[in-house]
Design a protein around this ligand. Structure first.
Ligand SMILES: [Fe+2]
Length: 197
């Protein structure tokens, strides 16, 4: 990957499919372990107005909790396991909002190596997210490839992941999911992202 590959559309269709493949090895590993719901490294009131306490109460406090509980009871199959797994990557990524919350460290370099600017990167993520039909996720892997997941699937090497299910944004943004995505960059904790690279 180099600076010429500034657009995720440059991936072939075969690449695109491979990014979405379930990581069977990781799935089996996760299946063999009790899943623990990650504790939030912030108070539920702290992410407002980007993500409200109401959304966190519902999304983290009820939905994510249920995925974890169902997965550990062996109910709902791989769907519940993947739901628990992906939300465990999603929620710890945030911190209280700040106006200019630009990437730092390794993720800054990775973005600069693959995109003309942070703004270009954000546009590429938004373009990819808008491709999702129905429920899913958009994520960045360790190579800075931007990919999507339909519904829930376990994939490896996720460094940053954004929940694109309606439950993630509808309470706060009604139908304006683009605004949700534009705002979410204000609460990304780049230190957490850098630990995943
Ligand atoms: Fe979710």
């Amino acid at each position: 990957m180099n600076k010429n590959q500034i657009n995720s559309n440059m991936y072939t269709f075969k690449d695109y499919l491979s990014f979405q493949k379930v990581d069977k090895v990781l799935l089996e590993k996760v299946k063999g372990e009790k899943i623990v719901q990650e504790k939030l490294p912030y108070k539920r009131t702290e992410l407002a107005p980007v993500m409200s306490k109401n959304t966190l109460d519902y999304h983290y406090g009820k939905l994510h909790k249920a995925y974890v509980s169902n997965a550990n009871k062996g109910e709902g199959g791989d769907f519940q396991i993947a739901g628990a797994f992906l939300h465990n990557l999603f929620f710890p990524q945030f911190k209280a909002p700040s106006g200019t919350n630009n990437p730092t460290g390794g993720i800054k370099e990775l973005i600069e190596d693959n995109h003309a600017s942070f703004d270009d990167f954000k546009i590429a993520v938004a373009d990819k997210a808008m491709d999702i039909q129905g429920s899913g996720w958009v994520y960045i892997n360790k190579n800075c490839a931007i990919s999507t997941i339909a519904n829930h699937k376990i994939v490896n090497n996720i460094v940053l992941i954004i929940d694109w299910w309606e439950h993630a944004w509808a309470l706060d943004y009604l139908s304006d999911k683009e605004k949700y995505l534009n705002n979410i960059w204000k609460i990304i904790n780049w230190d957490v992202i850098n630990k995943r690279i």
